[in-house]
Design a protein around this ligand. Structure first.
Ligand SMILES: [Zn+2]
Length: 189
């Protein structure tokens, strides 16, 4: 019996690898796909395949893009004097979904992989203010100091989003009002 459900179990296992999906949800989703909505499931599989084959990192900001330069970096109408440094590409989606910012972004990802000379080039392309939109934490405070130090000789102001973003909580989980306020009330550093 178990052998005959090998493929179903493999689907459950794969779904279970996704964040926030436990075994119960994975089983429910797999059952739904197989028994109730096989057309929707195929559409989902196709969308995943398509997204994976066409999405990449923007050459400039490191955000999600379908082209070499993302639609934000290539949008001339945006404010090209403001650069918002975020922890990951997902944070850009949070800001953009809620139209919280109209400047440019730079994805930090990890300090080990941070390309300082690339960041310097971006800043030198006309940025007047660098805004750190990082979750407050001791580690991030260290990162802010490190980056400030590396950009010290450039003619640029530094600010960070205001307190009100709780310590250790990632931006996607902060309510939009708090995040809007944190961006508006950003403080110079
Ligand atoms: Zn970009």
């Amino acid at each position: 019996m178990k052998r005959s459900l090998e493929k179903f179990n493999r689907l459950v296992d794969a779904l279970q690898q996704l964040p926030t999906i436990g075994q119960k949800s994975a089983t429910r989703l797999a059952y739904h796909m197989v028994m109730n909505d096989s057309f929707g499931a195929l559409k989902l599989a196709h969308a995943i395949e398509n997204a994976l084959s066409s999405l990449r990192k923007c050459r400039s900001c490191g955000g999600l893009s379908e082209d070499e330069l993302c639609s934000i970096c290539s949008d001339e109408r945006r404010n090209h004097e403001l650069l918002c440094i975020v922890e990951n590409a997902k944070d850009i989606l949070t800001f953009e979904e809620n139209a919280l910012f109209d400047g440019r972004y730079f994805v930090l990802d990890s300090v080990e992989h941070l390309d300082i000379s690339h960041l310097r080039d971006v800043v030198k392309s006309g940025i007047r203010e660098v805004i750190f939109a990082l979750t407050p934490s001791i580690a991030n405070q260290g990162i802010i100091l490190y980056i400030e130090d590396k950009l010290y000789d450039l003619d640029v102001r530094f600010s960070r989003i205001a307190q009100g973003v709780p310590t250790g909580v990632s931006l996607e989980n902060v309510d939009i009002l708090s995040l809007t306020k944190a961006m508006e009330d950003r403080v110079s550093i």
